[in-house]
Design a protein around this ligand. Structure first.
Ligand code: FES
Length: 118
């Protein structure tokens, strides 16, 4: 299987510009899209704004002791690295790679091809 190609979007000039709430979550904008950014053990993680179950706003949830994001609505848990639904309800959370570079913090979004056979 082909490795995904990413387009990188800058969300901040530096990590210090990301002012996390007490729950270590914030909302950022990448490519005009709201994204949830989490911080766990000094590592930045990114996932979709809404929960895949029923649209809960994930930045209003929290990160548990294992680094999973917990949705505020029904408390389903998701791994913020691979999107797995830890509590087993069968949903999948969209996650994004994060890179902290010298010139800023970037979120990678998969390049969408017009024709999938190209
Ligand atoms: S909306 Fe997130 S667990 Fe139900």
């Amino acid at each position: 299987m082909r490795e995904p190609k990413y387009i990188w979007y800058k969300i901040a000039e530096s990590e210090n510009e990301l002012h996390f709430n007490n729950n270590n979550l914030i909302v950022a904008i990448a490519n005009k899209k709201k994204i949830t950014i989490g911080k766990f053990k000094e590592k930045l993680l990114a996932c979709s704004y809404n929960c895949p179950h029923a649209g809960g706003i994930l930045s209003d949830g929290h990160i548990d002791a294992q680094g999973n994001i917990v949705c505020p609505l029904h408390h389903y848990r998701f791994n913020m690295v691979n999107g797995h639904n830890i509590t087993g309800e069968g949903y999948f959370l969209k996650t994004y790679p994060v890179e902290v570079r010298e010139d800023g913090v970037y979120i990678g979004m998969e390049e969408k091809k017009l024709f999938s056979f190209l």
